[in-house]
Design a protein around this ligand. Structure first.
Ligand code: ADP
Ligand code: MG
Length: 268
């Protein structure tokens, strides 16, 4: 249905009482929030990420901080999973372990059949480059590169041939809705557009797994919506398994499955 027509209909039904519309929308949102979580359907595809009793302790001066406490979980190929938890619960640490960005204190991280513990540093960075796409706020865009050049950065490290690289970066830019902005630089882009570039860049090397840390954190509702749609596209059209860290209940419940994290542990 056409949006304008729908809005017109709603206004008619409410006799133009906008405040009443607001109240009713609010109550629908609240009742949706209180619905029991939908039952996750775990596909019968192979497990692609497995954590066995993973613990991570950081040292803050002399005090040890336990960020992860014996976490075990399995994620299947093609799933879209949210890791949901409050700030400080250990979500980013968990994502870093899966991405091979940091080592566990104990336990095993097995990705696509490979125990990351067994990889030397050079192999580990090869693993990251080949298998994982990162959408992390700390991985800034290069301000002196335009959109397509930014998207191509991981492919340069992977030594993809120039013509293939250009072709792919243009088609991905198109797929994420940046077709009109391929020559723009970071400072000419909105927050939502920058996040699109980050997702496009993460898809460049055809990763098996897309990891995103609070990807909608600084975005308004509408933009967050389009970013969520892009992750869905990454799964449906690019075949990636998608793992998103968030503290946003609404975003989390739209994924196939929610894994709740509290105090470094997975909640039942
Ligand atoms: N590099 C680090 N050094 C010391 N403590 C850390 C480090 N990274 C994270 N932590 C601590 O580990 C816990 C979990 O952090 P984090 O994984 O970033 O949580 P979240 O992403 O859920 O907010 C927090 O108590 C945090 O302060
Ligand atoms: Mg975090």
């Amino acid at each position: 249905m056409n949006k304008q027509a729908l809005i017109q209909q709603i206004l008619d039904v409410y006799d133009n009482d906008v405040a009443a519309i607001g109240r009713d929308i609010k109550s629908v949102i609240v009742s949706r929030r209180n619905q029991p979580a939908k039952k996750a359907v775990i596909p019968d595809t192979p497990v692609i990420v497995e954590l066995k009793d993973v613990s991570k302790t950081y040292k803050l001066g002399k005090t040890p901080v336990t960020a992860l406490d014996a976490v075990s979980l399995s994620i299947h190929e093609g799933e879209m999973v949210a890791l949901l938890g409050k700030s400080g619960s250990g979500k980013s640490t968990l994502l870093h372990m899966i991405g091979g960005l940091d080592k566990t204190t104990s336990g095993d991280v097995i990705v696509d059949g490979v125990n990351l513990k067994k990889l030397r540093d050079s192999k580990l960075s090869y693993y990251r480059g080949q298998k994982i796409g990162f959408v992390f706020q700390s991985f800034y865009l290069q301000p002196f590169l335009n959109v397509t050049d930014n998207i191509e950065v991981p492919a340069m490290f992977a030594r993809m041939k120039a013509h293939e690289r250009h072709e792919r970066s243009h088609s991905i830019a198109e797929a994420v809705g940046l077709g009109e902005r391929i020559k723009s630089y970071g400072k000419e882009l909105s927050g939502g557009q920058i996040q699109r570039v980050a997702i496009a860049r993460a898809l460049m090397n055809k990763p098996r797994i897309l990891l995103a840390d609070e990807p909608t954190g600084n975005l308004d509702q509408q933009t967050a919506e389009t970013i969520f749609a892009l992750f869905k596209k990454a799964r449906d059209e690019f075949g990636a398994t998608v793992i998103i860290v968030t503290h946003d209940e609404d975003l989390a419940r739209r994924m196939d499955r929610v894994i709740r994290i509290a105090d470094g542990k997975v909640m039942a």
